[in-house]
Design a protein around this ligand. Sequence first.
Ligand code: 7TS
Length: 404
Amino acid sequence: MNITDIRADFPILTRKIKGKDLVYLDNGATTQKPRQVIDAIAAYYDNENSNIHRGVHTLSQEATTKYEAVRTKVQEFIGAKHSHEIIFTKGTTDGVNLVAQSFGKKHLKKGDEIVISAMEHHSNIVPWQMICEEKEAVLKVIPINKKGELILEKIDELITKKTKLVAVNHISNTLGTINPIKKIIEVAHANNSVVLIDAAQSVNHTPIDVQALDIDFLVFSGHKLFAPTGTGVLYGKENLLNDLPPYQGGGDMIKEVSFEKTTYNCLPHKFEAGTPNIAGIIGLGAAIDYINKIGFDLIQEQEKKLLQYATAELSKIEGLQIIGTAKEKTSVISFIIEGIHPFDIGTIIDQMGIAVRTGHHCTQPLMTFFEIPGTIRASFSFYNTLEEVDLLIKALNRALLMLS
Ligand code: 7TS
């Protein structure tokens, strides 16, 4: 398959913005959806719409079968041992909060430690702060260097027998840094700590095998994986999930309810209270089918080309500084331009059809570290082209002329 054929699968990519062709470079915020995903959602509402796990009627059984088939698809996609280790959530944020609250309630005591990194998204910081405050536990932070890489030498000092959980992202949404999660997991396990990997920015760029990496908990959002918003996955090892108390109470998560005592359902239902986003999860299944069809070889080859070309071309702009120059990087480029506020650039190049994100990218501590208010971020997906990089550069040069 070539990129032109792939682009034809994404209806939104033919849109005009202010009379110009859309150049969508905000894939870190959310990815666009292929026709196959949009059609799968419409087909569900056209033919099977009903509630799941609770009806003997045909529609309910068909919807249940389709929904549960996605669980197996996700299991295979991330290499999990069992399909009941896959919990459907609303997204990454929901998954982190689930583990923070549930694990925290059961296992955290005064003086225990949680370790995160200096390049976490707010959704992998704030839930830990909240539970640490409640339990009088301590939040520790793995520092980074000016390239935006974790300072690995500090890990042995920070992850100790006091550490109960280490929560780090696989890929930074702001810097594009690919973190050495295998090493972090090894050190954490040597200290009897469990590890949560925030894979929000990695599932769409790189294959993940949770068993090979020995990951305890993994969270990601469907919407960054070409699937609908309001969908996500928490993977947890069976024994760890069985050990945790439920996060929310309600329908579907119970075995038996009486006013005296309620017993909880088995995995995965224990963690899926209430009617889930059935259509969204079916869309997630279609997105995984789509990625499997394209294949990570093509995805990585195209994204590498985009990263290398865009890095080289951006570097030619006077006064432009790339924030995040790690050796191991994915196709996310944050940058600042001397004397110009990122917001002004973002607003002007939007007039030329270019969608980038500007601001702190929900990583304020990272902005503090680099002593900047925010960045302009171009985040590429495999459906982007080198011609779109040229359009970005042209737009930036025009914006600079207007602002100077
Ligand atoms: N973790 C990382 C690494 C992220 O990049 C994001 C979203 C989240 C967690 C939260 O995901 P959610 O789907 O629950 O909101 N990152 C971005 C971004 O970079 N621009 O917009 C959202």
